[in-house]
Design a protein around this ligand. Structure first.
Ligand code: GAP
Length: 454
């Protein structure tokens, strides 16, 4: 598949996210602040589920990974050692005519703001400057006075906090390679051209794991992690035909990497990086050892020698994953002569697993519905919805991706059975009220068999 053929566009997904309370433009009442977003109730729940599934894969499906939550602002020499002060930059060109800025290496993906059918530089009035390097790190100062030595950076990746703590994990956590340190946290990049909704942001949440191995195991670990991360997406329901692994050519490798493969997803904007897996070798530990003077080597009792481990790193942002699942799950279809928009999110990602709907607000139905809601709420993310026609409520739940809706109707009052509607098949099963919790738990558990290949 070369071009995206689904119903979603970035605009439609962004509109659904706003309309249904997933994502709002930040500082909206002041006119917004470009490409920065706030996450509403369902957005927070969806992001939490993405993070939890990632943590499950790191911590519950294996036992060689531990956690870290490091500071956003680290010693400024961190970024000299890591190479970010010297090399974390993009080439920038200005147009003297329209005063817009573009990434010099992305001109083929942009359009001229004055003549959108042309690329920047191709219009008759375009007047581009020479490219100059623009460092992507946000700077600020520590303390009340701006003077020499107070300049610090907001981290552009979470990875460096892991390298700075490596010695603690050897000494305090008594870990020896192979083992990994996983971290989820905000990263900041002053992107020249952010955009495409959640795809390229200036503030985003990264999930990174640095896997430390003896040097001779790095090549195998790299292959294993590329496969493991690819499988994770497929197991959570992402269409495998919209996923591919693309190895980097030598000219595009980051300064720290000897080998990188991107897991790409076919977004409506075309094939783009979802997650990167890099073999960072011993670049980071060596740099920090040289710049700090701290000994970051590991002792190998078998050979009685010290060595610097190599590092394999899967790195992704929660937002790119969220965007991929929103695009992948988005569908528009006709049901019984009416249009519906549905988000086919995996039950383990859906913000709400089930909604309880009394058909009408009388005749004993609300009491039974509230009783069921209270019972389910204790163990599952469920929602109670009694406003509007039942058809409207189904549409609302379809749009937020709720896999099952439970309707309490007149028959429930007579025989204590309810209907359970399936978001995808639209099948409506009549089941005893007292067995709903068990049924949902069972359905959820059958969707949680996360062994590869399912
Ligand atoms: N520690 C390695 C690293 O940060 P990267 O390829 O620059 O590598 C890793 O970033 C991942 O972070 C990307 O694959 C993407 O998922 C996410 N990412 C990077 N820049 C982003 C941005 N501006 N907005 C949203 N996500 C971003």
């Amino acid at each position: 598949m070369e071009t995206y053929e689904g119903a979603a566009t970035i605009e439609k997904v962004a509109s659904l996210c706003r309309r249904r309370g997933f994502v709002f433009p930040a500082s909206d009442i002041y006119g917004g602040i470009g490409s920065t977003y706030d996450y509403g109730h369902y957005g927070v729940l969806l992001k939490n589920n993405v993070k939890q599934r990632w943590l499950d894969a790191m911590l519950r499906e294996r036992d060689d990974i531990v956690l870290l939550d490091s500071a956003i602002i680290q010693h400024p020499r961190t970024w000299e050692a890591s190479g970010h002060v010297a090399g974390f930059s993009d080439p920038l060109v200005d147009c003297r005519t329209c005063k817009n800025r573009f990434r010099a290496d992305h001109l083929d993906q942009e359009s001229c703001p004055r003549k959108p059918s042309k690329r920047p530089g191709e219009g008759p009035e375009c007047d581009l400057t020479e490219a100059r390097q623009f460092n992507l790190m946000f700077q600020t100062t520590v303390g009340p006075v701006e003077e020499a030595g107070t300049r610090v950076f907001l981290r552009p990746e979470t990875a460096q906090g892991i390298f700075l703590n490596f010695r603690n994990y050897l000494n305090v956590m008594r870990r020896r390679p192979p083992f990994g340190i996983a971290q989820i946290g905000k990263s900041f990049r002053n992107e020249i051209t952010p955009g495409n909704f959640l795809f390229r942001l200036r503030e985003f949440e990264q999930m990174e794991m640095e896997y430390f191995v003896p040097p001779d195991q790095a090549a195998a670990a790299f292959e294993e992690w590329v496969q493991a991360r690819f499988d994770w997406y497929v197991r959570l329901g992402l269409d495998a035909s919209r996923l591919r692994v693309r190895p980097h050519g030598a000219e595009e490798l980051s300064h720290y990497s000897s080998q990188t493969s991107d897991i790409e997803y076919l977004y409506p904007i075309g094939w783009s990086e979802l997650e990167g897996v890099a073999n960072r070798g011993d670049f980071d530990l060596r740099q920090h050892m040289e710049h700090s003077g701290a000994d970051l080597r590991v002792f190998d009792p078998a050979t009685e020698t010290h060595y610097l481990p190599h590092v394999v790193e899967p790195a992704v942002s929660v937002e790119r994953i969220v965007l991929a699942f929103l695009v992948d799950g988005y569908a528009e279809e006709e049901v019984a002569g009416r249009q519906r928009t549905v988000l086919r999110l995996h039950p383990l990602l859906a913000p709400v697993v089930a909604a309880v709907l009394p058909l009408v607000n009388k005749g004993g139905m609300p009491e039974l519905a509230e009783r069921l809601y209270a019972e389910l709420r204790a163990s599952l993310p469920v929602e109670y919805d009694d406003s509007g026609s039942v058809g409207k409520r189904y549409r609302r739940q379809d749009e937020i991706g709720t896999p099952w809706t439970i309707t309490i109707d007149g028959q429930t009052v007579d025989d204590e059975t309810v209907t359970v509607r399936d978001r995808d098949s639209l099948a409506q099963d009549r089941v005893p009220l007292g067995r709903v919790r068990e049924l949902l738990a069972h359905r959820l558990a059958s969707s949680t068999d996360l062994s590869p290949g399912d």
